[in-house]
Design a protein around this ligand. Structure first.
Ligand code: AMP
Length: 280
């Protein structure tokens, strides 16, 4: 049976009982509008823990654009059904005023990674992400927290925060779940028109092409070809395409060991991100 908590206090009281029984807690933080990508995180967490907490909270502080916050999909009834179907144990579903006091200030010096790629296009986004994930980790105190590779840069930044603040939590990066045609699952896909949905495929197709051709071309050629492919697609406007060091997100060169290609583009009115690990 899914137990839903809307206050920190009630959740913490319940988790104290769980921990007194020496049961391990796995945690999946989400913004809701759940899809199979989210569920795959919960399923992996279930394999490795006794009790799973999923949070659903559309965190205002990580949205730099108020219109984006307003139109972010909210589908709590369907979300609860899905959580029940996968036998998730606990849902934490707080209101904004449960998570934030008025005029709260947060700044964590997480270094330059914050300002690269997504950080450049969504200023302040990662301050908001670290602010809420820090709060959620303090409330849930999970043994292990599961995040998707889909938000690759977010994983790097949360790892950095966990190291900097000596947080006693293990992080696991989970693979990207895709639709059968390759589109990375995302809550934002709801907003794609049928035309957008077709045009959006260029992102995963290009990343696939890169993976196939990674060993036969040099990095500048790969980047140029990938950008040409995406720019040729109608209705798709590239924010960035990067072939980067998987640890620093600086541009990769032939000597870089861990390499990831990351893309963000506006498809119609919807902003999508995707990535692929090319070498690790
Ligand atoms: P969100 O609700 O978009 O904040 O996502 C919550 C968590 O699910 C994050 O750790 C995401 O990286 C992860 N996630 C989102 N989409 C996918 C996907 N297609 N495959 C795997 N994980 C995902």
């Amino acid at each position: 049976m899914l137990k839903t908590f809307t206050t920190k206090k009630s959740l913490q009281q319940y988790l104290q009982q769980i921990k007194a029984l020496n049961q391990t807690v796995g945690f999946v933080a989400t913004l809701g509008a759940l899809h199979h990508g989210h569920l795959s995180l919960i399923e992996l967490a279930q394999q490795q823990n006794d009790v799973i907490v999923c949070s659903i909270f559309v965190n205002p502080s990580q949205f730099n654009d108020p219109k984006d916050l307003e139109k972010y999909p909210r589908t709590i009834e369907a979300d609860i059904k899905l959580l029940e179907q996968v036998k998730c144990d606990i849902l934490f579903y707080p209101e904004v005023n449960e998570m934030y006091d008025d005029n709260e200030h947060w700044h964590l010096n997480i270094g330059e990674t914050e300002h690269l790629l997504e950080g450049e296009f969504r200023p302040g986004h990662y301050q908001g992400v670290t602010q809420i994930v820090n709060k959620l980790f303090n409330i849930v105190t999970p043994d292990t927290a599961y995040f998707g590779q889909k938000d690759y840069q977010q994983f790097l930044i949360i790892s950095k925060m966990v190291t900097m603040l000596n947080m006693p939590v293990k992080l696991v990066m989970c693979p990207i779940k895709r639709e059968t045609d390759g589109l990375a699952m995302s809550s934002r896909n709801i907003h794609l028109t049928p035309d957008d949905r077709q045009h959006a495929l260029i992102l995963s197709k290009t990343l696939n092409w890169l993976k196939t051709n990674f060993n036969s071309h040099n990095i500048p050629t790969l980047k140029k070809e990938a950008e040409l492919l995406i720019n040729a697609e109608p209705g798709v406007e590239l924010d960035y395409f990067a072939i980067a060091d998987g640890d620093t997100l600086h541009p990769a060169d032939e000597a870089t060991k861990s390499i990831v290609a990351l893309v963000a583009a506006q498809v119609g009115k919807t902003r999508l991100i995707d990535n692929v690990v090319l070498s690790s």
